[in-house]
Design a protein around this ligand. Structure first.
Ligand code: PMV
Length: 328
């Protein structure tokens, strides 16, 4: 039996613009998904998850009853996989050079789902790592990130950047621009606070909305380019350890995302509550439409303020996690 875990992430800067080749800086946070994989005698795949809704084999499940069927592991599995979990298992079989094998898979996660915190990427990264090790093989973090990206790409019909999977595999603050992904060196302490409105945005629809705006209005295309410029300024602020400048740039980034139509009243309310509580800066994280905001909290005040903000169902501190995927 092997258990691996991988972190979720927040976007410090650059979501949406990253779809058009601009750079983005996601940061891993200390909230993890844990996946336990145990090889079976037969070639079936059984998945258990507590209070988790995942597009696993295309069906969703959650709560007390595990309604999922167990599934035969067909070969070749890579082509047959349609969800995050069987996709992860397929990649592990391929990496280990095994034509087929059965597994019991248990998923636990403390990352809010579909809320811009990279929950599916963390499950896929941890799943590939645990299953590969269970088969007696081991992957570099880079190969793991690459294989996890393939799974997200397939499940999300090509609507995925490498940001979530690379960040989850490597940990820390990373820079992603197209296929060019790298970890950033020393970064200052980033006291993140996350506010969650309990909703999920539809990433595909939101990405399509930005594409449409960009197509219709030259100034929307300019806004996307401005996000790219802002990310480059953010990288300099990270290098200089200038957290006040990072906060200002987060505010600016939220404004540009709002202009592109991907914010929501609940997200704006939490962003303003954070700002009024003396956060250094605040913005939505991920696709938007609902889900999470991230603020840089210089005191405890932002966290407390978010806890009392109408529409905020959960608020938590989430320090930068310098560790990516790991064996538990
Ligand atoms: O909501 P998330 O964490 O899946 O982030 C989506 C970020 C986008 O830039 C909108 C899309 C992408 O794949 O990069």
């Amino acid at each position: 039996m092997t258990t691996s875990s991988a972190p979720g992430k927040v976007y410090l800067f650059g979501e949406h613009a990253v779809v058009y080749g601009e750079p983005a800086v996601p940061c891993a946070i200390e909230r993890r998904a844990r996946v336990t994989v145990e090889r079976r005698e037969d070639e079936r795949l059984r998945v258990r998850a507590n209070d988790l809704t995942l597009d696993g084999f295309t069906v969703t499940w959650g709560g007390e009853t595990d309604t999922r069927p167990d599934v035969d592991v067909p070969a070749p599995l890579v082509e047959a996989a349609t969800g995050y979990i069987d996709g992860a298992i397929a990649q592990a079989l391929d990496a280990a050079g095994e034509p087929a094998a059965g597994f019991d898979v248990t998923v636990e996660s403390d990352i809010p789902l579909g809320a811009g915190l990279g929950s599916s990427a963390a499950v896929v990264v941890a799943g590939i790592d645990a299953a590969t090790r269970e088969l007696g093989a081991e992957l570099s973090s880079e190969e793991l990130a690459d294989r996890a990206y393939q799974v997200e790409y397939d499940v999300q019909d090509g609507q995925a950047s490498r940001a979530d999977t690379f960040c989850s595999a490597m940990g820390g603050a990373v820079r992603v621009q197209g296929e060019d992904c790298r970890r950033l060196g020393e970064v200052p302490t980033l006291p993140f606070v996350v506010g969650y409105d309990g909703n999920t945005g539809d990433t595909g629809e939101l990405v399509a909305g930005v594409r449409e705006l960009k197509h219709t209005y030259g100034f929307a295309a300019d806004a996307v380019e401005s996000i790219g410029d802002l990310v480059r300024a953010g990288e300099a602020a990270l290098r200089d350890g200038d957290v006040e400048e990072l906060g200002r740039l987060m505010d600016f980034n939220h404004g540009l995302l709002s202009a592109l139509g991907v914010s929501a009243r609940s997200l704006d309310t939490m962003v303003w509550a954070a700002r009024e509580a003396d956060a250094l800066g605040a913005k939505l994280t991920g696709a938007g439409g609902g889900g999470c905001i991230v603020a840089l909290d210089r005191t405890e005040q932002t966290h407390t303020a978010l806890e009392y903000t109408p529409g905020c169902t959960d608020a938590f501190r989430a320090e930068l996690d310098t560790e990516g995927v790991r064996v538990e």
